[in-house]
Design a protein around this ligand. Structure first.
Ligand code: UD1
Length: 434
């Protein structure tokens, strides 16, 4: 199993080009099931998660071809016909978002059998809202032996769906099914994440009729068929925010390019409040910090445009060295502080009560061996390691590989002393989505 070793204390100086958004790419890949024509996705991140989904799509009938295009990595997806509408447990458990093939399979072929994704380290993560949305669209759904059996022999019908709370996955799933339903679908209390807008933009280029994506009411006028198109994946806001915090933690000056600073407006405001210099550009943001200790700042995770749950672990790492006490509230997932005891191994002072963590800043962290527990938690540990004295070794790096493209290369190009220690490769273990 690979590990990452970091010799802390090096300042970061330079430029980092941000990759395409993982959380967009995987939903866009699922959208390719909706048409018999080719879908070309550019600005694609090359990650374990996109590879897992490519394998699953291959079983369902999609030809998946990764290539280097004029603007970087791209993926061609072509599903002339659905050859199987079954998504087996082995593939779905590796990457939760593969559950989202259910809607497109149902919309295109009238039936599907898809494994339930199961829980994961950060919480129970049910899919009841996904299933309710598909039922509202007219699907008959039964659950047996860990599988969802869904049928819509006469096709899906538009409906009004009111989500009881904001769910990114369920909003995307409802969109992926409703585009081919007969009549109008209205999604109320929809998620507003940039990835939702990206999915709607791509589906609209494929011939769908979606208005309101990015707002809390989305209207979808169903169409009878969709066509192929070419679409560039939006920049990864979680990668952007992560490198912004890495630079703030290690000190120095780093320019993040080919990205959107407005996607992480909330984080950047919090970082400025903590004393980090932030310069916003058309194509990204520059983060500067020169020695001075940061102030402790409180954050609470919320659906977009609130503070992203996927940036919480990294922010906690940043606050371990701040002056004062920072209160971090996690409102999206019930068990998303597993990085706290690992940060404590580096000398952080954190106490947890329910969904609230109190981080009392310490003057210094000291390197130690730590274990990654999920994707975003593991990168929080890497960030802490950049500022800790001595060597930090992060185990279970397969979590990182699921969602960060060439993390060590990008950081070491800016002067970080970070390297991958190769282990035996028996443990591309069950993915825990994040
Ligand atoms: C969530 C995050 C997303 C993040 C991703 C991975 C939010 C609103 N969503 O998206 O930003 O990138 O995790 O970390 O911040 N839920 C149900 N029933 C359902 C679906 C969801 O109870 O059918 C609950 C979840 O358990 C969670 C909340 O709703 O407590 C929001 O979940 P949802 O947005 O659907 O999760 P993801 O799509 O995975």
């Amino acid at each position: 199993m690979d590990r990452i070793a970091i010799e802390g204390g090096a300042r970061l100086e330079g430029e980092i080009s941000i990759s395409g958004a993982k959380n967009s790419a995987i939903k866009l890949m699922a959208a390719s099931l909706l048409t018999s024509e080719p879908l070309r996705l550019t600005n694609m991140p090359r990650l374990a998660d996109t590879r897992f989904l490519g394998q699953l799509l291959g079983r369902l009938g999609t030809e998946v071809q990764e290539q280097d295009g004029p603007e970087g990595p791209e993926t061609l997806l072509h599903t002339p016909e659905i050859i199987s509408a079954i998504a087996p447990y082995d593939l779905v458990r590796q990457m939760r978002a593969s559950f989202n093939v259910l809607g497109p399979l149902l919309a295109r072929s009238g039936q599907a059998k898809v494994s339930l994704p199961g829980g994961c380290t950060i919480g129970a993560r049910p899919v009841d809202l996904h299933l309710e949305a598909l039922r509202a669209l007219g699907a008959e759904i039964d659950l047996h032996e860990g599988y969802v059996y869904a049928q819509a022999p006469r096709g899906l019908r538009g409906a009004e769906i009111v989500f009881p709370f904001v769910s990114v996955g369920a909003t995307e799933h409802a969109m992926l099914a409703a585009v081919l339903a007969e009549g109008e679908t209205i999604l109320r209390n929809a998620a507003c994440e940039p990835e939702i807008v990206d999915l709607a933009d791509c589906l609209n280029k494929m011939g769908a009729r979606i208005v309101g994506a990015g707002l809390d009411v989305i209207r979808i006028q169903g169409v009878s068929r969709l066509n192929g198109t070419s679409h560039a994946v939006i920049p990864d806001r979680i990668e952007t925010g992560t490198f912004a915090m890495a630079a703030a933690m290690a000190g120095g000056e780093v320019r993040l390019t080919r990205t959107r600073n407005d996607f992480i407006a909330n984080l950047l405001d919090k970082m400025e409040e903590a004393g980090v210099d932030v310069v916003r550009h058309n194509d990204g943001v520059t983060i500067k910090r020169n020695g001075r200790r940061l102030y402790a700042v409180a954050v609470e995770t919320d659906p977009y445009p609130g503070f992203a749950t996927d940036l919480q672990a990294q922010f906690m790492a940043l606050m371990t060295l701040a002056d004062g006490e920072s209160v971090i509230r996690e409102t999206i997932f019930e068990n998303r502080f597993m990085h706290a005891p690992e940060l404590a191994r580096l000398g952080a002072d954190i106490s947890i009560q329910g969904g609230e963590a109190r981080v009392r800043g310490v003057p210094a962290l000291n390197g130690a061996q730590v274990m990654a527990t999920d994707l975003r938690a593991s990168v929080g540990l890497v960030i802490a390691g950049l500022a800790a004295k001595g060597e930090t070794v992060v185990g279970r790096v397969y979590h990182l590989d699921r969602g960060f493209e060439r993390l060590e290369d990008k950081l070491s190009a800016c002067g970080a002393r970070i390297q991958r220690l190769k282990g035996d490769s028996t443990a591309e273990e069950a993915g825990f989505d994040a």
